[in-house]
Design a protein. Structure first.
Length: 250
């Protein structure tokens, strides 16, 4: 019992260090933003990269965290197709929910904050910085460390719930919870931190491309594309699970 309490304490310390490092960079960035207005779009991305990097350097088993999976090309392709299917499918389904009636003006404000920065900055923030830093925290630390002392599914759900709460609102939180469950599963079956990073980056990339380019949006959210992506996602999940020696019971 005492050993488990120590593990929980270590996880909480990593989380606290991540939050502190993020806020420190964000505060410093805000101080310089008046003199250097171009920093406005970059502060969040820089804060995430700094926080994730700082936590990573503290990990004693960082080499275990960053190992490459077996069959890396095959596994990577499965993860990419799974990410595209899940992201497009989830966004399509969630687009049918009247979020403005549920959360009011907060939905518009949150979406404007997310997509109101230049496209190239969003790519750095959501396709590079967020996948790296958030996967270190939620899968590399919370999920990986939690499953050492509780059943696997419990660790998956706890890390997914933490990921959802981190996003701060119901709309993004619901999406993050579903993706968080899949991200933890991908990490478990691939036994590689790089695979949830790849999933996270691929999912965020297709969302931002669809938002930025109308032609992409019309294609990926068409019925034929949704059907193809759904089939590819299911097939990829099956192949990913079949290629793994790590089942949900291990």
């Amino acid at each position: 019992m005492n050993k488990n309490i120590g593990k929980i304490g270590a996880i909480l310390l990593y989380v606290a260090f991540y939050v502190t490092a993020y806020l420190l960079v964000a505060m410093v960035g805000m101080m310089f933003m008046q003199q250097f207005p171009f920093l406005q779009g970059w502060i969040g991305a820089l804060a995430m990269l700094f926080a994730g990097g700082a936590v990573f350097l503290l990990l004693p088993d960082k080499k275990e965290l960053v190992k490459v999976p077996q069959k890396p090309v095959f596994i990577s392709l499965c993860v990419i197709f799974l990410a595209l299917g899940v992201s497009v499918g989830m966004n399509f389904l969630m687009g049918m929910i009247p979020w403005e009636q549920i959360e009011g003006a907060n939905v518009t404000q949150d979406n404007e904050a997310m997509f109101g920065i230049p496209f190239y900055v969003r790519i750095l923030a959501y396709v590079v910085a967020a996948p790296l830093s958030e996967e270190i925290l939620f899968r590399g630390i919370i999920f990986r460390k939690t499953k050492e002392f509780i059943p696997l599914w419990g660790a998956i759900l706890i890390s997914a719930l933490a990921f959802a709460l981190y996003h701060g609102n119901l709309q993004q939180g619901l999406y993050a919870f579903v993706c968080g469950v899949i991200l933890a599963w991908v990490y478990h079956v691939s036994d590689s931190f790089w695979m949830p990073v790849l999933f996270h980056a691929s999912a965020n990339l297709i969302v931002n491309l669809a938002f930025e380019f109308t032609a992409v949006q019309k294609v990926v959210y068409s019925v034929p594309a949704l059907a193809v992506l759904a089939v590819l996602a299911v097939l990829s999940a099956f192949l990913l699970n079949s290629a793994s020696s790590r089942t949900l019971e291990k």
